[in-house]
Write a protein that binds this ligand. Structure first.
Ligand SMILES: Nc1ncnc2c1ncn2[C@@H]1O[C@H](COP(=O)(O)OP(=O)(O)OP(=O)(O)O)[C@@H](O)[C@H]1O
Ligand SMILES: Nc1ccn([C@@H]2O[C@H](COP(=O)(O)O)[C@@H](O)[C@H]2O)c(=O)n1
Length: 209
């Protein structure tokens, strides 16, 4: 079984993806990390984020053993990722890695922006997670402060809005809900409530089979 989770920045996709994977005994891939890793590679090598040729080369040299680098979580790298992810050739270079991950048994949960629309259009269950931008900014700010980082909530909100706009308006695989996705608004839910709502969606889909 493949569960596809998409949604805007900091909507809780990764948290939900991890919990659903634990619940069903599946593997989980946070695909945002892939684009973050490509952006970090480019910046580390001193290249411009607008250098498409270097960005494609970085995507082709992707090293999944580096996906847990703490710097990948930073706002700077998240913003950079949304620049390089707009290049269609960068996205093309990353498709087979994601599809292979999705296909391996026993099942997989992938979260990102284009999982239900492009990477796994035949996913068994598609969930599009949303939350009010202010709520997302608040959560992300608390998360950063919890790591001991300084975070200005207004700047975090501006970053989220800028990134969502870029992701929604790019030509290649823009952020959008698949026609057959279930919308889950977790603005007024805590993590446990969001997980329960998502499991209810998955179970309802399975029961209809
Ligand atoms: N329902 C919820 N209630 C409260 N906090 C939540 C909820 N869901 C997620 N969070 C918190 O919000 C923050 C963002 O969640 P998460 O990292 O899962 O979002 P994301 O959509 O994967 O982000 P990104 O777009 O950066 O990949 C985290 O601190 C997480 O613990
Ligand atoms: N399937 C995806 C996943 C991510 N992106 C881009 O990467 C940026 C960072 O993603 P996070 O989920 O870690 O916030 C994001 O803003 C997108 O530009 C993508 O294009 N497709």
């Amino acid at each position: 079984m493949i569960i596809a989770i998409d949604g805007p920045a900091a909507s809780g996709k990764g948290t939900l993806g991890k919990r659903l994977a634990q619940h069903y005994g599946y593997r989980h891939l946070d695909t945002g990390v892939i684009y973050r890793a490509v952006a970090k590679m480019l910046l580390d090598q001193g290249f411009e984020l607008t250098d498409e040729v270097r960005a494609v080369a970085a995507a082709m040299a992707l090293d999944p053993t580096k996906f847990d680098h703490p710097e990948l979580k930073s706002q700077r790298i998240g913003d950079a990722a949304s620049v390089v992810s707009a290049f269609p050739k960068v996205r093309d270079a990353l498709v087979s890695f994601q599809r292979q991950f999705a296909a391996d048994p026993p099942g997989a949960v992938l979260d990102g922006r284009d999982i239900g629309t492009v990477i796994c259009p035949d996913a068994d269950v598609k969930i599009f997670v949303v939350a009010d931008p202010q709520v997302r900014a608040r959560r992300r700010t608390l998360e950063a402060r919890g790591r001991g980082e300084e975070a200005d909530e207004a700047l975090v909100l501006a970053d989220i809005i800028r990134r969502d706009e870029r992701d929604r308006n790019r030509a290649a695989a823009p952020l959008k809900a698949a026609a057959d996705a279930h919308i889950l608004d977790n603005s007024n839910l805590d993590i446990e409530g969001g997980v329960r709502a998502a499991i209810a969606i998955v179970e309802a889909v399975l029961a209809r089979r």
